[in-house]
Design a protein around this ligand. Structure first.
Ligand SMILES: Nc1ncnc2c1ncn2[C@@H]1O[C@H](COP(=O)(O)OP(=O)(O)OP(=O)(O)O)[C@@H](O)[C@H]1O
Ligand SMILES: [Mg+2]
Length: 277
């Protein structure tokens, strides 16, 4: 496996049910970097996450996406997971009949060569250790995946998956929503423990709070299905203090959501994030 990660999205367009949601989104993430994406509701953040993961509902209608040179758009969902792309969903699904442990063990083994599957004992030991780090009750190991989990328990469980799967591109979609103050700290510690030179993070969040614990290298603002502004951590602080109106004014955007009419587009079609390195 390569010891660096370079994930490049260029001019990505995606359509759902005939409506274009992503309208030419470009983003480059390198190993070791943490990127945060902020933006008002309905501007395409979760659509970006789902499109990167290859959700069948989101049809790519333009642009490219590569991971270490390999064409990600050419890969099925399971191949993307095997390539090291991981998504913690904003609304994790409940799966009755599959225990958390079964699910995780299959997911780990899916990433391994046939014949080198993780042994049950080793897996249980790893899962127990990670659950302890996340201060999760061991009973969650044998519960059906997310079924009846509270909002915060689901989010913690997503982080458990991340810790065990050791992905190279991690997308966290509102991982902080629904977490109590202690859980936020625990989840942030889990993310920080995973920071490494061969892994990059894309953290979608509405609040500066999480970014106090997990310091981003870059902060991007999404509006109308594209990244319209990028900066460092100070950008998130300004958004927290002032909201989004100043950006809309600066860029002449009336309606920041993707539902707006085409003629309301005032931002150039291919806004590429500035390069800081
Ligand atoms: N499967 C779908 N069917 C119909 N419309 C969709 C679908 N997925 C996304 N959309 C629409 O695309 C737009 C962007 O949605 P998305 O979930 O990406 O927003 P978001 O930026 O994640 O918002 P939030 O901050 O509220 O989570 C919304 O108007 C949404 O209704
Ligand atoms: Mg969303």
């Amino acid at each position: 496996m390569a010891n660096t990660t370079e994930f490049i999205i260029d001019g990505l367009k995606a359509t759902v049910e005939g409506k274009e949601i992503l309208k030419g989104l470009s983003l480059t993430m390198k190993g070791g970097e943490i990127h945060a994406i902020m933006g008002p509701n309905g501007t395409g953040k979760s659509t970006l996450a789902a499109t990167v993961m290859g959700h069948p509902k989101y049809e790519v209608s333009g642009g490219t996406m590569t991971l270490n040179g390999a064409d990600v758009l050419d890969m099925a969902v399971d191949e993307r997971a095997r390539a090291g792309i991981f998504l913690a969903m904003q609304y994790p699904s409940e799966i009755t009949g599959v225990t958390n442990a079964d699910f995780l063990r299959s997911a780990i083994n899916a990433r391994r060569e046939e014949g080198s599957e993780i042994s049950l004992i080793r897996f249980i030991r790893q899962m127990e250790a990670k659950m302890k780090e996340l201060e999760m009750n061991p009973e969650f190991m044998h519960r059906y995946l997310n079924e009846g989990f509270s909002g915060g328990e689901k989010k913690r469980n997503e982080i458990l998956q991340m810790l065990l799967l050791e992905p190279s591109v991690v997308i966290l979609d509102e991982i902080d929503s629904g977490l109590d103050i202690d859980a936020l700290r625990i989840v942030a510690a889990g993310v920080n423990a995973m920071r490494s030179e061969d892994r990059s993070f894309l953290i979608i969040t509405h609040y500066q709070r999480l970014l106090n614990y997990v310091k981003p290298d870059f902060v991007h603002v999404m509006m109308q299905g594209r990244i319209v502004k990028s900066g460092g951590p100070e950008l998130a602080e300004r958004l927290e203090a002032e909201g989004y109106d100043w950006i809309k004014e600066e860029l002449g955007i009336d309606d920041e959501t993707v539902g707006g009419k085409e003629e309301e587009f005032k931002v150039p079609m291919h806004t590429t994030a500035p390069k800081y390195n």
